[in-house]
Write a protein of this length. Sequence first.
Length: 298
Amino acid sequence: MPAGFALVAGCLALAASSASFAQEGIETFEIGLSTSTISISSDFTGARLVVFGALDNADAKLLRQQRYDIVVVLVGPRSPAVVREKERTFGLWINRGSETFDAVPGSYALAATRPLADIARQELRQRLSLGIADLRLDSGATTGAFGQPAPDKPEEAKGQVNISLAERRAKAAQDIGGTSADAAVTVDDYAEALKRIRRAKGLYNQSVGTVQFVSPTLFRADLNLPADLPTGTHMARAYLFRSGVFIRESSEPLFVRKSGFESYIDDMATRYGVFYGMAAVLLAIFTGWFGRLVFKRD
């Protein structure tokens, strides 16, 4: 079956499903993915994911006025990440401090009908964690200057983490004879650095105008996935807005897994770590011995 025909058939099925749940005066919509599983092999260079959906029970006048907006996001599996601040001292790079984030998306791809600033207010974007700039990164333990652990303060409110870190930076700057700029480093600075690094690697990306209505009620979004896409369960979410007001969201999982010989090696290393390590050592010894035989000089 051609891919285009399959997408159209999927959209029609979503429209029928959405209509069965529609309530008078309330918009409903469902989404589907062009594929539910992506297999990564040694020659994987990235992929394109198509997210399609159907909007039901929408106001015809608002549709003609293009007052409906849709934002589609694919969020990769979350894992801890540590961001370190380095400084060149006497020709050497040393860690001045670090920040630990407990749940950072391994990848983040976004597509929207219009610029996010035209779709929703910043407060709403922050609450929904929409866009790279407003993506929430959960912060954990913080270390002070030169990597020294900061004192634990269980009673400290979560919203005061930035202030306490800035105060520790200011004290550290006084202790080492630094400048006032040292006191300006906050959790937000570490978060922005992490986003900037992952955006440069292609792991975080967003585009405008890549969500299009192919009919008055059917839409599709194209998401570009990088070559080093992390494995695990990704979550595709679609957000529906009407005149800047958030209406509802719909989500579907996407499974990314390794395939081929790499998958077999990864599975062996995970299940039989001790035997895998012993086999690796024996293989290294054999390779060295065989290489000596082949390249030895008489």
